[in-house]
Design a protein around this ligand. Structure first.
Ligand code: GUN
Length: 287
């Protein structure tokens, strides 16, 4: 049987370390780390995500501030708010929840957040820093993927890694992080030929395609490590109830060395990494 990588437990450990870093900053007389979240409009899923992020801040002692703006907020007003937050020394992390309403240029807004406070790691400057291996803020889900891999593989050097999916928020940054860790990396996407064959060569599979149960057991080399970033709600034919599944046919992959479950794998790591990124900014600003 494959080892199940317990993302909830790893996230709890990371939160403990983050809390200790918060306490150390405060004990040294520095301002308490603060995260500001901007939510424009009333998208239901976004409201749930933002609530979770704010609640998670409380657990580790990070101050959180929420700016809820109406759906018809003018782009100029949003940019003005971000400019104020960029210049506010009590604000460490700034996160503008996406999607934004259609009349707002999302890329322009994300670019207007100071790269040094961009705890999502979405700013082109942070993307550039990541792709050149020169520090910066690493996006939360890719950082979580690397931490989970670190719990089951001591040294990534020379491993064959396949990243399934080339999104800007997961596939591409994960590929860069794996390259930095000296893996040989193949990135695949929907036009890739022979995906099963490519996957079968991998020591590490990171599935981030958003395609439920795409990766079959026969695609997985015995002893491979699988990180499943996908999460899709589907109807379970057997029970007639909805259930969450990943991009990997979990039950078929028990010959893997280790695998993340869905839910309870990568998901819990994302918010834990957001908190860690916020503290990283606060530590930099305290230098
Ligand atoms: N919307 C869904 N996930 C995210 C995220 O990680 N960051 C931001 N800013 N918006 C999101």
């Amino acid at each position: 049987m494959a080892d199940i990588i317990d993302g909830r437990a790893v996230a709890r450990d990371l939160d403990e370390k983050t809390k200790a870093r918060v306490d150390a900053l405060v004990a040294a007389g520095h301002p308490r780390p603060g995260l500001t979240v901007i939510l424009v409009g009333d998208d239901g899923a976004s409201q749930v995500y933002v609530r979770r992020k704010i609640k998670a801040c409380e657990k580790v002692g990070i101050t959180s501030t929420e700016h809820r703006l109406p759906a018809d907020t003018k782009q100029a007003d949003l940019l003005k708010l971000i400019d104020e937050l960029n210049n506010d020394p009590t604000v460490h992390g700034i996160l503008c929840q996406v999607p934004l309403p259609d009349h707002i240029d999302t890329r322009l807004v994300l670019r207007s957040i100071s790269p040094d406070k961009d705890v999502d790691g979405f700013h082109p400057v942070n993307v550039g820093r990541l792709s050149t291996g020169t520090g910066g803020i690493v996006p939360c889900t890719p950082l979580g993927v690397m931490i989970l891999l670190g719990t089951v593989i001591d040294d990534l050097k020379g491993k064959d890694a396949v990243v399934i999916g080339k999104s800007n928020i997961v596939g591409k940054p994960v590929a860069n992080l794996l390259l930095d860790a000296e893996c040989t990396v193949t990135v695949t996407h929907i036009y890739t030929h022979n995906l099963p064959e490519i996957a079968r060569k991998a020591d590490i599979i990171v599935a981030a395609a958003g395609a439920p149960e795409l990766v079959k057991g026969s695609w997985v080399k015995p002893g491979a490590v699988i990180i499943d970033v996908g999460i899709t709600r589907i109807m379970d034919e057997a029970t007639g109830k909805e259930k969450l599944v990943g991009d990997v046919a979990f039950d078929e992959c028990q010959h893997a060395k280790a695998i993340t479950p869905v839910p309870g794998g990568v998901g819990p790591m994302t918010i834990a990494c957001l908190l860690a990124n916020t503290v990283q900014v606060a530590e930099r600003m305290a230098e």
